[in-house]
Design a protein around this ligand. Structure first.
Ligand code: AMP
Ligand code: GLY
Length: 426
C-alpha cells in the first residue's frame, strides 16, 4: 500500500522510519517532511493545511492510508474533509475528526468532557471577556499558583502559571485583550496540581484501544527544569514510576472512561490519543489531551514498538484492533533533542550540520532540518533540529549512548540539555 504522512517534525520522521520497515508498505510519501524523512520515503512539498492539494496528490498517487502527525490540520477538519468527499471517503485517515480533535483544540471542551465522564482532572471554571469581573473574583478566592489556559490552540504557549494574584490578573486581562488572538477568547482557570508529569498514549479504532509505551518529556529549556517552556527537549521511555499499580489506575480511571465517553457521545475517534498526566501522590490526573502522538515522545516511544505499525493502522481503519497485542522492546530508550542556540526565543536557521554520518548506535530523528538543493548538505531549519535516540538496558545507559552521539553532531550554536533523566535515576 502507498502511505502519506502529513507533517515535518521529529514525530513524523519517527513514524516514517517505523512505517518504512513495514511489510505492507509499497511507497511512502511525507508532506512536507524534512531532510531525515527523505531517507525513508519521498518528500512532497505540500503544506498540512492545503487540503485541496493533498486531495489531488492522494488521488494521483493511489494513496491507501494517511497519517496526520500534528494537531492543527485535525482541528481544522482534515479527516472530515476526507469523509465528505466521494472519492476520498474510503481512504483511511489516522487522526480524529474535528469534533474529537476539540479534546485538544478547546480546553473548555476537554474539561467539560472530563467532567461529564468523571475523569480526574484539576477543578476549573471557564470565562469569556464579558465575565472579566467574575473571573477576577474567582481568582481572588484561589490560592497561588494560578493556572490560566487560553481555550484554543496557541502553539503550545497558551498555558500560564502565575505565582502572584497581581500577575494572574494582569495576564487574564492580556488574554482577553488578544494576547493569544482568537484562542484566548475563552480562558480556563484551574486548580494547580503538584506532582510529576508523564505522557501516556493509546491507538484507538473508536471501539477498543492499544496501550503504547509511556514516556516522560522534558519541557523546559534549562537544566534542572528551569527557564522557558519549549516544544520538548527530550524524552525517555519507559517511565520508572509508572508501575503496574499506577498504570492500572490510569487505564481504569482515565483511558477507559475517555474511550467509553467518546463512544457515548457518538464521536468516532480513530488515531492516537495522548494523555498528559500529573501523578499527584499516587493518583493520576489529566492535565491535557492531545489528539496525536507527542513530540519528542514519539522519538523514544515508537522505536520501542516492535509490532508492525502500518499493520496496526490498517486494523484501526478496519476496527479490528481488539484482536491484537502490541509487542514492545523491554529496553529503555532516550531521545535527546539538539536545538538551535536562542530557542525557544529567536534563533538562526540555515546552519550546516556535520557529523551525521557513521552513527551506528543511535537513531537520528530529524525535526527542523532541510537539504540544501545546491550542495546537498543538511541545514538547520527550525528551533528543534534533531533528536538522538538510543536504547539501553537501563535509563542511564540509554542516556549515555545518546549523549555520546550528540557530541559528534555539530552546527553553529547547537544546544542540548545534559541532565535528562537525572530526576529519575538519582
Ligand atoms: P499544556 O500546554 O496544557 O501542556 O500545559 C503546559 C504545562 O503547564 C504542562 O505541561 C504542565 O507542566 C503545566 N500545567 C498545566 N496545567 C497545570 C495544572 N493544573 N497544574 C500544574 N501544572 C499545570
Ligand atoms: N511533548 C508534548 C507535546 O507533544 O505536546
Amino acid at each position: 500500500m502507498n502511505v502519506l504522512i502529513i507533517g515535518s517534525g521529529g514525530r513524523e520522521h519517527a513514524i516514517a522510519w517505523k512505517i518504512s520497515q513495514s511489510k505492507l508498505l509499497n511507497k511512502l510519501f511525507i508532506a512536507p517532511g524534512n531532510a531525515g524523512t527523505a531517507h525513508t520515503g519521498k518528500n512532497v512539498s505540500l503544506k498540512a493545511n492545503d487540503f485541496e492539494g493533498i486531495r489531488q496528490f492522494v488521488l494521483e498517487n493511489d494513496i491507501g492510508m494517511i497519517i496526520v502527525g500534528p494537531e492543527a490540520p485535525l482541528v481544522a477538519g482534515f479527516h472530515d474533509f476526507f469523509l465528505a468527499d466521494d472519492k476520498l471517503k474510503d481512504i483511511p485517515v489516522i487522526g480524529p475528526v474535528r469534533k474529537a480533535a476539540l479534546l485538544e483544540g478547546s480546553k473548555d471542551f476537554a474539561k467539560s468532557f472530563m467532567k461529564r465522564h468523571n475523569i480526574p482532572t484539576a477543578s476549573y471554571q471557564t470565562f469569556d471577556k464579558a465575565q472579566l469581573k467574575e473571573a477576577m473574583a474567582f481568582l481572588a478566592h484561589k490560592k497561588p499558583p494560578y493556572v490560566l489556559k487560553a481555550d484554543g490552540l496557541a502553539a503550545g504557549k497558551g498555558v500560564l502559571i502565575c505565582e502572584t494574584l497581581e500577575a494572574a490578573e494582569k495576564e487574564l486581562k492580556a488574554m482577553f485583550q488578544g494576547k493569544f488572538g482568537y484562542a484566548g477568547r475563552l480562558v480556563v482557570i484551574e486548580e494547580f496540581l503538584k506532582g510529576i508529569e508523564l505522557s501516556v498514549f493509546v491507538l484507538t479504532d473508536g471501539k477498543d484501544y492499544l496501550l503504547l509505551p509511556e514516556a516522560k518529556d522534558y519541557k523546559r529549556i534549562g537544566e534542572g527544569d528551569t527557564g522557558l517552556n519549549t516544544g520538548g527537549m527530550g524524552s525517555i521511555s519507559p517511565v520508572p514510576f509508572a508501575d503496574k499499580t499506577f498504570m492500572d489506575k490510569v487505564e481504569n480511571r482515565i483511558i477507559r472512561p475517555t474511550i467509553e465517553g467518546l463512544k457515548a457521545e457518538g464521536i468516532k475517534y480513530k488515531g492516537f490519543l495522548f494523555f498528559g498526566l500529573m501523578k499527584v501522590n499516587d493518583d493520576p490526573y489529566v492535565i491535557e489531551y492531545n489528539v496525536r502522538m507527542g513530540d519528542p515522545e514519539a522519538e523514544s516511544v515508537i522505536p520501542r514498538i516492535k509490532s508492525d505499525l502500518l499493520e496496526m493502522f490498517v486494523e484501526v481503519a478496519d476496527e479490528t484492533i481488539k484482536t491484537r497485542t502490541v509487542e514492545t522492546d523491554a529496553r529503555y530508550s532516550a531521545a535527546v533533542m539538539l536545538v538551535s542556540g536562542g530557542y525557544p526565543g529567536t534563533y538562526e536557521k540555515d546552519k550546516t550540520i556535520s557529523g551525521l554520518e557513521n552513527i551506528d548506535n543511535s537513531i537520528l530523528f530529524h525535526a527542523g532540518t532541510k537539504t540544501d538543493p545546491e550542495s546537498g548538505k543538511v541545514l538547520t531549519n527550525g528551533g528543534r533540529v534533531i533528536a538522538v535516540t538510543s536504547f539501553g538496558n537501563n535509563l542511564r545507559e540509554a542516556l549515555q549512548t545518546s549523549y555520546g552521539t550528540a557530541e559528534k553532531i555539530e552546527f553553529d550554536k547547537v544546544y542540548y540539555r545534559k541532565d535528562l533523566g537525572e530526576d529519575l535515576t538519582g
